[in-house]
Design a binder for this molecule. Structure first.
Ligand code: SF4
Ligand code: SF4
Length: 560
């Protein structure tokens, strides 16, 4: 039976590899899943394998073991991936947008490749819509508005509104050859994937009366996520998505997940880092530039989207490895940046050590290797299957905090955690806030007529605050994580007795709710004793009381 992993040895490997790996001296083709070299064809090319072998200071026994892990990690990502393949037809209509009207040579070159070329000055273009293969350009010619259709655009120094559309390339960024390569590669059929999965049931924008989130659309560098404000629905355009994952790192609820590495796959992947230090490197970074010996126990982890990591990912990796994380990247997303700062502050308080290092050059990496310290005492395992992002982080952080009170840390500008306060004297237990909370942070407990709250699950969305019908009753405490046990468990926020119907004795509302309605209605009902009595009756008995009084009055009238 053919093996899944192929290792093309063009480096003169002087030790054996595990049996699962087909070791070849000549680049072979076959139905392999993971290879260490682009010439040894496989579904997945994993450059980190050769990088690790070249740079690692591990012993030979460790290397044999770790190379197998690097293959297995790639296979795991493949097995769990939830992406689908899509394609879009792309014709040959190209628009060149440039101040320079003399692009004759370029036009000729493109025509030779069977492109139809149009040339426009940027000052004429008002807007661009659509996507690669179906772009709509709105133009102003004298006083007339015109619409032009094309498949792709080359635009020198393109404005950001144009760069948000797929199929627009800027030679000032890519170089002219780079931009032309894109045009040629895309022509015919453009292949793309869905990089994000979306769960509207916990989304804080979806069908809310007020807009209290929309962070994913704000940080998306393209038009892949749009807010439809009329219906409060998010609209996803997978063809426009770069797969950077920035939206996932800022999504407070965990409604977004990365299809290439779903949360549960990441949790399994972390198991390979037990006792090791993860050196996270986004794919877009050039491994060839990281020419530095890796300290013993350092294992590279290549990630697809450079921006998707959030607090649950990072805590899982820290608590599984018992070692710090090093992020080698030239770009940190808003969400990941916030959680790195937050987690570092938490680890400093608990262990007086830094948890996550960020660097983008080898000099920094060398300094980190010198100073980093492990913290095996933080290791903790949970089964993350079926758990949401907040639930994973809450369970992990609660274990780290233990019985201590480590004070309060600030959440971030892009990552929100907090608390609520309820004035129990004003709360009627109407439970509007429970209905408003779609992440189960606020819950109703009929067994003791209480309203309870778990701060660690709350997304700080504030929808409960805007929904509460009472004045100054429920207040959201913004962006604070209280590092003490009570923050992680359900607290009783308000509680009441049930009021029993004066007629039938059935409990039908809380005492405070009945008293509140009675206080409002009593002056309106004046001396009408029947109406006043109905205030203390259940919905079924109210009409009976009214009807009985009516009949008695009728009878009296007949007697007169
Ligand atoms: S992954 Fe990046 S490009 Fe895609 S929707 Fe999210 S933020 Fe936008
Ligand atoms: S960031 Fe998450 S919760 Fe907020 S609107 Fe986007 S998907 Fe919904």
């Amino acid at each position: 039976m053919q093996k899944e992993y192929i290792f093309y040895d063009n480096i003169g490997l002087d030790f054996p590899l595990s049996e699962e790996i087909e070791l070849v001296k000549v680049a072979s083709k076959g139905e392999y899943l993971v290879s260490n070299h682009p010439e040894a064809e496989a579904i997945i090319y994993a450059p980190e394998i050769n990088f690790y072998l070249k740079q690692s200071n591990d012993t030979i026994a460790q290397k044999i073991n770790n190379v197998t892990k690097l293959y297995a990690m790639r296979a795991l990502g493949f097995d769990f991936a939830q992406d689908m393949d899509y394609s879009q037809e792309v014709g040959g209509k190209v628009l060149i947008v440039s101040e320079d009207a003399s692009h004759e040579a370029l036009k000729e070159e493109l025509r030779e490749d069977d492109f139809t070329v149009m040339l426009l000055s940027p000052s004429m273009i008002l807007d661009v819509n659509g996507h690669i293969g179906d772009l709509h350009v709105t133009l102003k010619k004298e006083d007339e508005l015109l619409e032009l259709e094309c498949d792709q655009i080359i635009w020198w120094n393109a404005p950001s509104f144009a760069m948000k559309q797929s199929g627009v390339y800027d030679p000032a960024l890519l170089g002219l050859e780079g931009a032309l390569k894109k045009l040629r590669d895309n022509k015919g059929e453009y292949h793309y994937k869905n990089y994000i999965n979306y769960d509207p049931s916990i989304c804080q924008y979806h069908e809310r009366r007020e807009e209290i989130c929309g962070k994913c659309a704000e940080v998306c560098p393209t038009v892949a996520i749009l807010k439809e404000d009329e219906t409060k629905h998010l609209v996803f355009s997978h063809i426009d998505c770069h797969g950077c994952g920035g939206c996932i790192s800022v999504c407070p609820s965990g409604a977004l997940d990365y299809t290439q590495m779903p949360r549960i796959a990441f949790s399994h992947l972390c198991a390979y880092f037990k006792g090791a230090t993860a050196l996270i490197i986004p794919h877009k970074m050039d491994l060839g530039l990281i020419d530095i010996p890796l300290y013993e126990g350092v294992l590279p982890l290549m990630i697809e989207g450079e921006k998707y990591l959030h607090e649950a990912h990072l805590m899982t990796l820290l608590q599984t490895s018992g070692n710090p994380i090093i992020f080698y990247t030239d770009f940190i997303s808003k969400g990941t940046g916030d959680v790195i700062r937050m987690i570092n502050e938490i680890f400093e308080r608990k262990y007086h050590k830094k948890a996550i290092y960020v660097c983008e050059d080898t000099a920094d990496l060398a300094r980190i290797f010198e100073t980093m310290e492990s913290f095996p005492e933080c290791m903790y395992g949970i089964n993350e299957d079926g758990l949401r992002k907040r639930e994973i982080f809450s369970a992990r952080l609660a274990h780290l905090v233990g019985d201590e009170d480590l004070g309060v840390v600030k959440a971030g500008e892009h990552v929100h955690y907090g608390d609520i306060k309820i004035d129990e004297s004003k709360c009627t237990l109407c439970l509007s806030c429970v209905g408003a909370c779609n992440v189960r942070a606020l819950t109703a407990h009929p067994e003791d007529n209480s309203l309870r709250f778990n701060a660690s699950i709350c997304t700080n969305c504030t929808y409960c605050e805007v929904t509460c019908p009472e004045q100054e009753c429920l207040t959201v405490v913004r962006d604070e994580i209280s590092l003490k046990p009570s923050w992680f468990s359900q607290r009783i926020m308000a509680k009441d007795e049930l009021f029993t119907c004066l007629e039938c004795g059935m409990p039908f509302a809380t005492v405070k709710a009945v008293e509140k309605i009675a206080a409002v209605m009593t002056p309106l009902f004046g001396n009408d004793e029947v109406k006043l009595r109905t205030l203390y009756c259940c919905a079924a008995c109210k009409p009976k009381v009214m009807f009985k009084a009516h009949m008695e009055n009728e009878m009296k009238g007949m007697n007169v």
